[in-house]
Design a protein around this ligand. Structure first.
Ligand code: AMP
Ligand code: ZN
Length: 651
């Protein structure tokens, strides 16, 4: 019997060591299958002997669903933290501290944004876990917290120990969970609360939580002198602490550490909503003491919030240049990361459904890298909350809308005012044709008074036309006409961006221009050629391919060229195609497009084009009704290719 227990203990220590390496240090030293082997030999031993040690890792998840949460009184009351939001308030707090403790040092830690949890150990074994609750009484979450892999089930220290930390969900765990979850989590923080306060510990286990430990509430028979000692002790017991702890002597140091973290906080895998600054020396802390609510010796510096809640007043449906009708949420104005937010995106009908948001309800909004913030989900239903109904007809022109998947479109491309105005404004915008003075308002006036309907119409506007418009004097009209004229010579990439092909932004346009070098090559590119480009997915590639096969687009482009638009070709990416490098082509017969187009294609791939067939000719590209050149090629044994073969060679 003793032998079995000894063997079990050895296995448990071994397994817990690997757990620690994996979940706390993020540094596994054995493979998953080796780990499984150890784990299942423990399971076997337990099954054979009928003995299960209380701290066995096989007991992290029990199969019992609890009936309710038991309330539990905390042995040590939990305090909240006093907060500041700017450095001058932080400085005055630090000065106050220095009045009492002259040379005191400050410890700077992350302020973890999760759910506070208190964990108790006895004889080195995990005993219980409790939520913060109201600070005096919390809920017993022993079974739930036991499933968290970074919570050690046994520790070297054998006295009674109570630690405090934060239950967290890493961004990685959050994304993984949402990939398969039927009910998606709104953010990692809600993910933690719902997982720990869940009566089914299996559900807690599924969320793959973490525990970051930062405080010691009780430690029998052990004296600590400082936060630093206390922190190091927690590390030595196998707790995860976030690998961040700084000791500072001066305000400048504290501020520079905070600024440093503020810059990188979004790239961390966990949510932190600020930093906590604590007096390091514990004797000094005692002298400084507490208020009724929080310690005077600690201060939280809160970062600017990246997420807030506000009321979604209504949804506006707007028609963009492609005819797509998108929902824009009009919000009750709210401050977020230093800006007043009044609008946010909702993407499409499915997005609205998935997020369960309603007009007249409170919603979560988050600042992302986009200019316009995003709605994350429903925060709270209010009395007059109502379903968001997509429109049946176009809000601009009244045409019946058509639906493709979750997207709504107005197909009245040429006579839908908002669409046309948006298309022309985009065409004239800074990264496109860069025509000064063509604001939305001016373009709308062109539409209403000068019958401008196509992008190409811009180039036939005269000064006299413009003078017919309200508030257009000589100078202004002349400036715009000049600016239009000047814009005609344009880089290939800007031209591409200006066309407003679905999802083709500045970066993609540049990439296309660099890769294809000139317009003709792009025009004749096949789907596979476009797909080969970095960062261009199939959907965008299809948009591009389809765009150049639409008759209206081609005739518009031709009209642009006729009005004098000339392209400055970009340097190609320098990739040489060995099928063309140093090879001489001769073109003959009738091809699907003009010969000059094929000539440019061959040149852009590094080949040469000659006028007559000789021994030096490598290929003859022959179309229909080819005559003497084809005969000559046959005579000399020169390889004869058709358009299809040429296309293949270009890949
Ligand atoms: P708040 O919830 O904004 O009032 O902030 C106070 C809470 O921050 C505390 O009750 C702790 O649960 C939590 N907290 C997160 N990180 C730390 C830390 N490093 N030190 C102390 N408390 C922290
Ligand atoms: Zn319309």
């Amino acid at each position: 019997m003793l032998d079995i227990k000894k063997k079990m203990q050895e296995l448990i220590s071994e397994i817990e060591k690997h757990n620690y390496n994996y979940y706390v240090l993020d540094n596994p030293t054995i493979s998953d299958s080796e780990y499984d082997k150890l784990y299942y030999s423990l399971v076997d031993l337990e099954n054979e002997s009928g003995i299960i040690l209380p701290h066995s890792p096989t007991q992290r998840v029990g199969d019992e669903v609890l009936e309710g949460f038991n309330k539990k009184k905390h042995e040590v009351n939990l305090y909240s933290l006093n907060k500041v939001r700017d450095f001058s308030d932080l400085e005055s707090w630090m000065k106050d501290m220095r009045e009492v403790a002259k040379d005191t040092e400050f410890a700077v830690e992350y302020k973890f944004d999760g759910l506070s949890i208190v964990i108790e150990y006895e004889n080195g074994i995990y005993k219980s876990a409790t939520t913060r609750g109201n600070g005096v009484i919390g809920e017993d979450v022993t079974a739930q917290v036991k499933t968290i892999r970074s919570v050690p089930l046994s520790i070297p220290f054998k006295g009674r120990l109570i630690v405090k930390g934060e239950g967290m969900m890493t961004n990685k765990a959050f994304e993984e969970y949402n990939k398969t979850a039927t009910e998606k989590l709104k953010n990692p923080r809600n993910g933690v609360a719902g997982a720990v306060r869940n009566l089914d510990p299996n559900e807690t286990a599924k969320r793959k939580l973490d525990f970051f430990c930062y405080d010691l509430l009780l430690c029998e028979e052990k004296e600590f002198l400082s936060q630093k000692e206390l922190h190091d002790f927690l590390v030595s017991q196998g707790f995860k602490t976030g690998n961040y702890f700084k000791l500072c002597g001066s305000l400048d140091e504290v501020v520079s550490y905070i600024e440093e973290v503020d810059k990188i906080k979004n790239s961390l895998d966990i949510l932190i909503d600020g930093m906590v600054i604590k007096i390091n020396n514990l004797a000094e802390r005692e002298e400084i003491g507490f208020t009724a609510k929080f310690p005077r010796w600690a201060m939280a510096y809160k970062f600017e919030a990246m997420e807030v809640t506000t009321t979604l007043e209504k949804v506006d449906w707007q028609v963009g240049r492609s005819g797509r009708v998108t929902p824009i949420a009009i919000l009750e104005p709210v401050e977020l990361a230093g800006a007043t937010i009044t609008r946010a995106t909702l993407n499409n009908i499915d997005d609205i459904k998935k997020k369960g948001v309603l007009e007249g309800a409170r919603v979560f909004i988050r600042r992302s890298n986009e200019v316009i913030p995003e709605i994350m989900g429903l925060a709270e239903k209010l009395e007059n909350s109502r379903e968001i109904l997509p429109p049946k007809t176009c809000p601009s022109c009244g045409e019946k809308l058509s639906q493709k998947g979750p997207l709504l479109f107005c197909l009245n491309h040429l006579a839908c005012r908002d669409q046309v105005v948006d298309r022309i404004s985009h065409f004239a915008s800074r990264n496109a044709f860069n025509i000064e003075g063509l604001s939305d308002k001016t373009v709308s006036a062109f539409y209403d008074n000068l019958e401008v309907r196509h992008i190409s119409d811009i180039f036939s506007l005269t000064k006299e036309d413009l003078l017919k418009l309200d508030k257009f004097k000589d100078k202004k009209a002349e400036n715009i006409v000049n600016s239009i004229e000047k814009s005609k010579k344009i880089e290939f990439s800007r031209f591409l961006y200006a066309l407003g092909i679905g999802e083709v932004g500045v970066k993609t346009a540049r990439e296309l221009a660099r890769k294809f070098g000139n317009f003709e090559s792009l025009l004749s590119a096949q789907m596979e050629d476009i797909c080969k480009l970095n960062d261009i997915g199939e959907i965008i590639a299809q948009n591009i391919y389809d765009f150049f096969r639409e008759e209206y687009n081609i005739s518009e482009i031709n009209r642009l060229f006729k009005s004098g638009v000339t392209l400055i070709n970009e340097e190609t990416s320098g990739e040489k195609n060995p099928n063309f490098e140093g090879k001489t082509f001769v073109i003959t017969g009738t091809l699907s497009r003009g010969r000059s187009e094929f000539e440019k294609l061959i040149l852009s791939h590094g080949g040469k084009v000659a006028g007559s067939v000789s021994k030096k000719t490598d290929y003859v590209l022959a179309g229909e009704n080819a005559g003497s050149k084809l005969d000559k090629a046959k005579e000399l044994g020169v390889e004869i290719i058709d358009e299809q073969k040429l296309n293949e060679m270009m890949k």
